[in-house]
Design a protein around this ligand. Structure first.
Ligand code: ADP
Ligand code: MG
Length: 369
């Protein structure tokens, strides 16, 4: 292990000349104790602007040119930050990914990790360098019990286990990208999430198991961009579920919550959720099954959301589901689907009720006190 620290600054953190100057000060301070490698996002709004520009030449620009275009945003931030650092007498050099032989295809074309890829880049570089830690600087001062923009009473968490963070990020807590957490977990990189706007220790994503004096639920994540597919009146024969899920998996579509109803007269309803970006592909896959699979009709509901309670404390406690159901019933929210795992309960509800559901669950599990 080296004493390098990798710092990553998100779009808002480098959103203006003033912000870049402020970031340079943070880097300068940290560089007094450790060698620093910085990963920056594009200035906020820039990637959207570039994508919009690309769309003026058709809905499906070639991947090569699209990546060439959208990768320019980060280069601008990196070069400006290097200048800002030099101005305050810190020696610094910016490098695009391809200059350090990554982020390119075999034939040398620029390629990207997609939206939010800089969290993953930062953790991957930290892993590769054997860095002491990866610090993700953003516009909130840490990881909260839920998105503080939705629940103002949300509380900052000082330490969260890697296991919990994997579930939180996987279920939609967009404060850090899921792939970044997966990388950190796989290569044992300690990660901290903290604010570039105000000083503080932020939240440590710990590689160690937490002692169990914590509450049952550590946090609540939610995802709105979800679609529910119901195959109504499927003939309930062995291999039916595989007959549906196999082709979806072959098409690289990730299926999340799955529910199969009790069958009546040899017929059942089979329901699952996918993310909205996979809606049209999943529709094609299911319609393509019509020759091999008998069902009455396909119902697609794209106004659903998933709300997930996450906590290692769930392992040793029963009754979490009933507390959640009570809280939701008191606010008149109908539960459409439920799935549970060892440290997570996911509930599917109407999309319009997401904020209310998250707020009432947050309260029911005393996360705001
Ligand atoms: P950056 O541009 O720095 O990558 P993001 O917008 O990707 O920043 O992530 C920060 C945002 O994540 C916060 O402003 C907050 O609204 C949101 N967020 C969602 N869930 C959480 C959570 N559990 N804790 C903290 N922030 C969260
Ligand atoms: Mg982000």
């Amino acid at each position: 292990m080296s004493n390098i620290i990798v710092q990553k600054f998100g779009g808002t953190s480098v959103g203006s000349e003033e912000r870049i100057a402020a970031v340079a000060k943070i880097v300068k301070e940290a560089s007094k104790n450790n060698p620093i490698v910085v990963v920056v996002s594009a200035m906020s709004g820039e990637t959207n602007r570039l994508i919009k520009l690309a769309k003026s030449f058709g809905d499906n620009p070639s991947k090569r040119e699209f990546d060439a275009l959208v990768s320019t945003g980060e280069k601008v931030s990196a070069a400006l930050l290097a200048m800002a650092l030099q101005q305050i007498n810190v020696s610094a050099k910016s490098y695009s990914a391809s200059q350090i032989s990554q982020g390119i295809t075999e034939s040398g074309d620029v390629t990207t990790l997609g939206r939010g890829g800089s969290d993953t880049t930062a953790v991957a570089i930290a892993a590769q360098l054997g860095a002491e830690r990866c610090d993700i600087y953003t516009d909130v001062d840490g990881i909260y019990t839920t998105d503080p923009r939705v629940v103002p009473e949300a509380k900052k968490i000082d330490v969260i286990t890697m296991e919990e963070m994997l579930e939180m990020a996987g279920q939609g807590a967009k404060v850090i990208q899921i792939r970044a957490v997966e990388f950190a977990n796989k290569y044992n990189v300690p990660v901290r999430v903290l604010s570039s706007f105000e000083p503080g220790n932020g939240t440590l994503i710990s590689l160690e198991e937490k002692n169990m004096e914590n509450g049952l639920v550590s946090g609540i994540a939610f995802q709105k961009d979800q679609v529910k597919f119901t195959l109504h009146g499927v003939s309930d024969t062995p291999g039916m579920a595989y007959g549906i899920l196999g082709p979806l998996s072959d098409a690289n579509i990730e299926v999340d919550v799955i529910v199969q109803n009790v069958s009546v007269n040899g017929k059942t309803d089979f329901t699952f959720t996918v993310s909205k970006e996979d809606e049209s592909m999943a529709t094609d896959v299911i319609n393509g099954l019509k020759s091999s699979l008998e069902f009455d009709d396909l119902l697609i509901d794209s106004s659903i959301a998933k709300v997930s309670l996450v906590g290692v404390g769930m392992r040793s406690h029963a009754g979490i589901a009933s507390t959640a159901f009570k809280a939701l019933s008191e606010t008149g929210i109908n539960i459409q689907m439920i799935s549970t795992s060892e440290i997570k309960i996911t509930i599917v509800i109407d999309e319009n009720e997401t904020d209310t559901a998250v707020t009432s669950l947050h309260k029911a599990f005393n996360l705001d006190s």
